[in-house]
Design a binder for this molecule. Structure first.
Ligand code: FES
Ligand SMILES: [Fe+2]
Length: 373
């Protein structure tokens, strides 16, 4: 039996018209959400070439503190050196490529590979290679951990695994940095991390996030009852989108009890990081592609008060967030099924609501077109 030949990747990328204005724009083609070749290309371009959030600054305050993560499918580690400098490396031993550090986070005197015991300093230099006497043309100085770019913004640690590109400060941009700084999120303390696996492409989740409150009144009745959706504002910058809405009094009591303040503010930083802030309540979302139709979303929950006395209230806030998340998980799976249907090729965008999605699609197109060239 002959299987249909998929079109060349370049045709698939060219099928999106990035020059159309919003009122004429179409969404990215359905095949971008389902084709395994797109998943690989995105790893090499979108994820390898952008700053990726890997943890928070409290995890790496003291010399020897480290955190590990995976970026674009590659293991990375961030460690505070004995000199106080925060550095990023590929978490790949120079001997036979095992992960040098295996815990999600911790503290070490030196970095010891569990496989054959090679050790590295906190600054990444190879210190010891047992039973390696007599190996020709082997210089320890050439076998340190391979460095990657590492920087912090607010309370978050970011890395970029390709050497070239803008500094994190320029990547975030002064405008977004000022808006987030004004929210004073640094006062909040980390409380808990939860992970959710979704049966959809990672872009379905980002699209859903960036639809400007379009789906909120239909899908999230509880949330919808406490925000004034008619006054929902959407602004975009070079690589970010801010969505914000005044919070209204009344509405669902359970939601209102933990979603307070004058406004809800939702920031997205291209391609996959979201910051959701209410008064004294913050969660971040990191969207991690696992496969063409499998995605993990990592939620970190932060609160103004993380004392034992505030525990029940914080857990209630997370429960409200999880109810919304459950609603999104179900709709994202539904969208993924629809994207696989022969009935659907691409859609249109609401001018009032979907400028964030439009920005996301154009940024993706640029990265993929550059990467495929
Ligand atoms: S792979 Fe690390 S010591 Fe061999
Ligand atoms: Fe939602």
């Amino acid at each position: 039996m002959l299987l249909p030949v998929p079109p060349p990747l370049s045709d698939l990328i060219a099928a999106y018209d990035a020059s159309a204005p919003l009122e004429r724009a179409r969404t990215i083609p359905a095949a971008w959400y389902t084709d395994p070749r797109m998943f690989d290309l995105e790893r090499r371009t979108v994820f390898a070439r952008t700053w990726q959030m890997v943890g928070h600054t409290d995890q790496v305050r003291a010399p020897g503190q480290y955190l590990t993560a995976e970026v674009a499918g590659e293991p990375v580690v961030v460690v505070r050196g004995g000199d106080g400098v925060l550095r990023g490396f590929f978490n790949v031993c120079r001997h036979h490529a095992a992960a040098v550090l295996t815990a999600p986070a911790g503290r070490a005197e030196r970095l010891r590979c569990p496989y054959h015991g090679w050790t590295y300093t906190l600054e990444g230099a190879l210190l010891g290679a047992p039973e390696f006497a007599g190996v020709a043309d082997f210089d320890k100085r050439d076998h340190g951990l391979v460095p990657i770019a590492c920087a912090t913004w607010e309370q978050w640690v970011f890395v970029r695994i390709t050497p070239d590109g803008p500094a994190l400060e320029a990547f975030v941009g002064a405008e977004l940095a000022a808006r987030v700084a004004a929210a004073g999120l640094g006062r909040l303390r980390w409380f808990e991390r939860r992970r959710y696996t979704l049966a959809c492409n990672w872009k379905v989740y980002v699209d859903n996030y960036l639809d400007g409150g379009y789906h909120v009144p239909h899908l999230h009745k509880g949330l919808s009852s406490v925000i004034d959706n008619t006054a929902y504002a959407i602004e975009t910058g070079a690589r970010w989108c801010e969505q914000s809405s005044p919070l209204s009094a009344g509405g669902d009591a359970r939601t209102a009890a933990v979603r307070r303040g004058d406004r809800a503010r939702y920031w997205w930083l291209h391609p996959n990081f979201m910051i959701n802030a209410y008064e004294g309540v913050l969660d971040t979302n990191l969207v991690v592609p696992l496969g063409p139709d499998r995605t993990e979303v990592i939620f970190d929950y932060w609160f103004a008060d993380t004392s034992p006395a505030a525990r029940d209230r914080n857990l209630e806030s997370i429960a409200v967030s999880e109810r919304i998340q459950d609603e999104d998980v179900a709709i994202c799976a539904s969208v993924q099924r629809g994207l696989r249907s022969r009935a659907y090729e691409a859609g249109r965008l609401s001018v009032r609501r979907e400028a964030g999605e439009w920005l996301f699609h154009r940024l993706l197109h640029r990265s993929l077109a550059d990467g495929a060239a």
